[in-house]
Design a protein around this ligand. Structure first.
Ligand SMILES: Nc1nc2c(ncn2[C@@H]2O[C@H](COP(=O)(O)OP(=O)(O)OP(=O)(O)O)[C@@H](O)[C@H]2O)c(=O)[nH]1
Ligand SMILES: [Mg+2]
Length: 405
């Protein structure tokens, strides 16, 4: 018999509508969870949502909802139920007992995607560390030997060790990975020091906004870009020259809402490039329905990395894909986010008192790319002159100008 390709795992998604959130917003969040699920290689069949003040401590959603989900799971041969929040170890166990299928929470799903995407030993070590840290309090109940052998989302555990039996082994492993990372960090810090006198610019932003695409355009390099979440895990650094001004541009891992804390913690060294940069370029996908929420997530993550102090350029990308619902002048129903036109958005962002410059581009059609280049040139030049006043990369050395020669 010829073995056919393994069918995609069948998944359902479960989320809560918290007070102050509307159904629209939660739909967008579940849309993202659905995208994450597909990126991880499963097929989302149905979404379940419930309005709650707080997650049920036993089963995340209420018991009536669990029964409804359970019925669906059985009737539709669901392999995996994916929850939009991190579940506690006991919630995991209880839900698994009730539903009888595999349970994966948002954190585990993101860790799984990271594990698939990690290419270098640096990225792999960081993901493995985060996986072990997630696993440690959840040893009982999940990750049974049998399940691990079957494979699937959330089961690509760290390595082949028999983790289910011994917490001590995991603790030792965590210590070892931390030591390995420290060693890699030192090597990378030395490398960064040896890069010479160039201004360092970092591209940051939500996942899938077009960072790598823009990196490729500016540096004429070939960084992997694709319409999936977390296409980039490792930081890439390229030398870019605009006119006569060279600088270093780095592209790094994208952020996402509810990014597992352990993951931020273990990716801190990848993000050193961001923390030590002189200028941050925040890329935003303006065609995304929740782009403002995404901006906030990125701001918060930057704060967590203690790197929100850098001069900032905000690049609104994908203007080619931007669409809005125009309203009639005499339509007096409330103006929603989707009713703002591109020029409305431009006006309000340019007028906002945040400490940044803005530019609206399309990396796809190359619209306004020159404006971005010019802005980068101006900002990098300002920093370069202050940071390296005696450096002769520029046409005129500042010394010459100052002396009026
Ligand atoms: N329509 C449109 N699509 C774009 C534009 N820029 C990038 N894309 C697409 O958006 C998707 C994501 O682009 P990437 O460059 O991989 O995004 P990224 O921010 O590096 O994503 P991660 O590395 O996953 O965080 C790809 O399919 C790109 O082709 C644009 O200006 N317009
Ligand atoms: Mg990328």
């Amino acid at each position: 018999m010829i073995e056919t390709r393994k069918a995609l795992e069948r998944a359902i998604l479960v989320g809560i509508i918290y007070p102050g959130q509307d159904e629209h917003e939660v739909e967008d969040f579940l849309e993202e969870l659905s995208f994450l699920t597909e990126t991880a290689g499963a097929k989302p069949l149905k979404r379940f949502v419930q309005k709650l003040d707080a997650p049920n401590p036993r089963t995340f959603v209420g018991s009536g909802k669990i029964d409804e989900i359970s019925k669906y799971v059985k009737e539709n041969k669901v392999d995996i139920a994916i929850f939009d929040d991190e579940l506690s170890p006991s919630q995991l166990r209880n839900i698994e007992d009730s539903l009888g299928c595999r349970i994966v929470d948002r954190t585990n799903l993101i860790l799984d995607i990271f594990a698939r995407r990690a290419r270098t030993s640096h990225a792999r070590t960081q993901v493995e560390l985060a996986q072990y840290q997630y696993l440690l309090p959840r040893l009982t109940g999940m990750w049974t030997h049998l399940e691990r052998q079957r494979g699937g989302i959330g089961l690509r555990g760290p390595g082949e060790t028999e983790i289910e039996t011994d917490r001590r082994i995991i603790r030792d492993k965590i210590a070892l990975l931390k030591a390995q990372l420290k060693k890699i960090d030192t090597q990378m810090a030395t490398q960064r020091k040896n890069r010479g006198k160039m201004v360092r610019v970092a591209l940051v932003g939500y996942t899938n906004v077009g960072k790598s695409t823009i990196m490729n355009l500016l540096s004429k390099s070939d960084v992997f870009a694709e319409n999936k979440l977390f296409a980039t895990l490792d930081t890439t650094v390229r030398k870019v020259v605009i006119e006569n001004l060279p600088f270093l541009l780095s592209d790094t891992v994208g952020f996402i809402r509810k990014l597992p804390h352990d993951l931020i913690e273990s990716f801190k060294s990848t993000l050193d490039e961001v923390r030590e940069s002189d200028l941050l370029v925040h890329i935003v996908d303006i065609s995304h329905p929740t782009f403002e929420e995404q901006i906030n997530v990125v701001d918060e993550t930057l704060r967590e990395l203690e790197s929100n102090v850098h001069p900032l350029i905000i690049v609104f990308n994908k203007i080619d894909k931007f669409s809005f619902v125009a309203k009639d002048k005499d339509d007096l129903t409330p103006v929603l986010n989707e009713n703002y036109s591109l020029s409305d958005l431009k006006k309000s962002w340019m007028a906002s008192d945040r400490n940044h410059r803005t530019v609206f581009i399309s990396a796809k059609t190359k619209d306004n790319l020159e404006e971005l280049r010019n802005m980068l040139y101006e900002e990098v030049k300002k920093i370069h002159i202050t940071k390296y006043p005696y450096n002769d990369f520029l046409y005129e050395s500042p010394l010459t100008t100052r002396n009026g020669i």
